[in-house]
Write a protein of this length. Structure first.
Length: 532
């Protein structure tokens, strides 16, 4: 049955799970919201948005993500970055989770990961919370309803926030667990209501599967010139670096805001929606994203609001700095209906530099691009992960280490091959601090960042004068129309240039120490791009 109430059972792989309460298949947005309201899962907001809080967990729990160590994946998983779980631990986890599910209502959404049907996967998402069904219905891609009768899942995700794992019995770290079993084609999530675990589990899954097909999975946003998909740009970056904001350019067509693949045919979005941070969101700076917060079905996660008027407070981060809204891609007026583009003409690597050292934009050679891609330097932004209360400098390889099951060189080599084959121009863009480090300086003006990106994407930086950065060796434009020259030279923005030099030396040293782990796996060209 494609939708509505069914018998208290559902098919999972080759077995029936029985003894459940009512199971609802593929409810649409109105029914999901109606059900979630009846169950007390949230509140109806202005315009029909759904307001929800996620309790104890307002961000991802990357240390609680596990990969089941079976023979088929033992030699291909990056175990230094992915916690192992024994097959016996997973089996016990599955049995106990199914026992916990008895008598409870569940919501099933049959969805697709990947806009290119040649490389997409079918995902059956089973959720304990109705609003999680609404969320993932936005995030993944929805098949035509006529196709649901014959839907066959490639992978199944079961999410039970009320289930608490037993670390000793289930071979995990805590009561919160995200367990991926590639042999059983299943992901189990328990102990957290944070909806982002649903979408990131599918992203991690695609990050494992696609490289075997020669496809580069990317933690990036993407857009293309209006009417010209050949002129595609991708924006790598961790949460808080500006992927969603900077790709939502009214002068370009949005492909997607977070997760994409780069195949022999071009760029394609993994998702069907956007998951945007809303802290300090304003109608002046980001009108289209702001407008989604009062549209029907948008999930408003962990935002403070007026109890009577339901007016959202975009400046109150008392619940979390990681407040977000989730909405379907078509809520952005210039979003691509097909969610595909050409081969990237420009590759932008976004970083949020809390040291205040990096320039607002720099042009990279292919070797430097691989160096900075493998380094993945940024600052964790408050709220994105548990325990992060202010920006922390970090190196997250491939700008997405928590979602990378394979070793970084696999993704780095794929990216380098794609750049060489298609001739993309690569840029490093700092959306972090200028005029000093975090606590002293100020955030890079978004107006300047947008002007620099526009100049880069339109080819206006091809023939301008560049200087060689003395710390990192990349090229930095000396002057760009609409941007103060001083901003392009971060040392000049500091009151004390010698203090800048000390800070730069510190950051250079951090890069060098971090990159030493990759030296056995890279060639001399990339080694020459290393610093220090």
């Amino acid at each position: 049955m494609t939708f509505g109430r069914v018998n208290p059972q559902f098919r999972l792989e080759d077995q029936q799970i029985t003894g459940l309460g009512n199971v609802y298949y593929n409810l649409m947005e109105p029914a999901l919201i109606e059900t979630a309201l009846k169950r007390g899962e949230g509140t109806l907001g202005n315009g029909g948005a759904f307001l929800v809080t996620t309790g104890k967990f307002t961000g991802r729990s990357p240390k609680d993500k596990h990969v089941v160590k079976t023979d088929s994946v033992t030699d291909s998983i990056w175990w230094e970055n992915n916690a192992a779980m024994s097959p016996e631990g997973f089996d016990a986890l599955y049995d106990d989770m199914v026992a916990h599910m008895q008598g409870k209502e569940y919501f099933v959404q049959d969805l697709v990961g990947g806009a290119d049907p040649r490389h997409s996967i079918n995902v059956r998402m089973v959720t304990e919370l109705a609003w999680h069904g609404l969320f993932i219905r936005h995030m993944l891609r929805r098949p035509d309803r006529a196709d649901l009768d014959d839907f066959t899942a490639d992978f199944t995700v079961i999410n039970c926030p009320s289930f608490q794992a037993d670390p000793k019995k289930h071979d995990c770290r805590s009561e919160t667990v995200i367990a991926m079993n590639f042999d059983r084609k299943m992901i189990l999530i328990g102990g957290t209501e944070y909806a982002g675990e649903n979408k990131k589990s599918v992203f991690t899954l695609l990050n494992y599967l696609l490289p075997e097909k020669g496809i580069m999975p990317m933690h990036c946003s993407a857009n293309h010139a209006t009417g010209n998909p050949v002129d595609t740009a991708v924006f790598f970056g961790l949460s808080g670096t500006g992927k969603t904001t900077l790709s939502a350019d009214p002068q370009r067509t949005l492909i997607g805001d977070d997760e994409h693949g780069w195949s022999d045919h071009g760029t394609f979005n993994f998702e069907g929606g956007c998951y945007a941070k809303t802290i300090n969101l304003s109608p002046e700076a980001e009108p289209e994203i702001y407008a989604t917060t009062t549209k029907f079905g948008t999930v408003i996660e962990n935002m403070v609001y007026d109890e009577e008027t339901k007016e959202l407070d975009f400046d109150d981060d008392s619940l979390t700095a990681n407040m977000r809204c989730a909405y379907p891609l078509h809520y952005i007026s210039n979003a691509s209906k097909k969610a595909v583009g050409g081969h990237p003409k420009n590759i932008i690597m976004l970083t949020c530099d809390a040291f205040g050292v990096l320039p607002p934009i720099a042009r990279l050679t292919p070797a430097q691009a691989m160096y900075h891609f493998l380094s993945g330097f940024t600052s964790k932004v408050a709220g994105t992960e548990r325990g992060v209360t202010e920006p922390e400098p970090t190196f997250s390889t491939c700008f997405g280490a928590p979602f990378m099951p394979r070793r970084p060189e696999v993704y780095g080599n794929l990216l380098r091959e794609k750049i060489a084959q298609h001739g993309a121009t690569c840029w490093l863009v700092n959306t972090g601090w200028t005029g000093g480090a975090y606590g002293t300086g100020s955030r890079m003006p978004i107006k300047a960042t947008r002007a620099l990106l526009t100049a880069a994407l339109e080819g206006d930086l091809a023939d301008v004068e560049y200087r060689k950065d003395p710390n990192f060796g990349f090229e930095v434009p000396v002057s760009v129309e609409g941007v103060p020259d001083i901003l392009l030279d971060p040392r000049r923005t500091w009151d004390n240039p010698e203090a800048y030099d000390r800070q730069a030396a510190k950051l250079v040293g951090m890069f060098s120490v971090n990159f030493s782990q990759y030296l056995p796996f890279i060639d001399d060209d990339v080694k020459s791009a290393a610093i220090g």
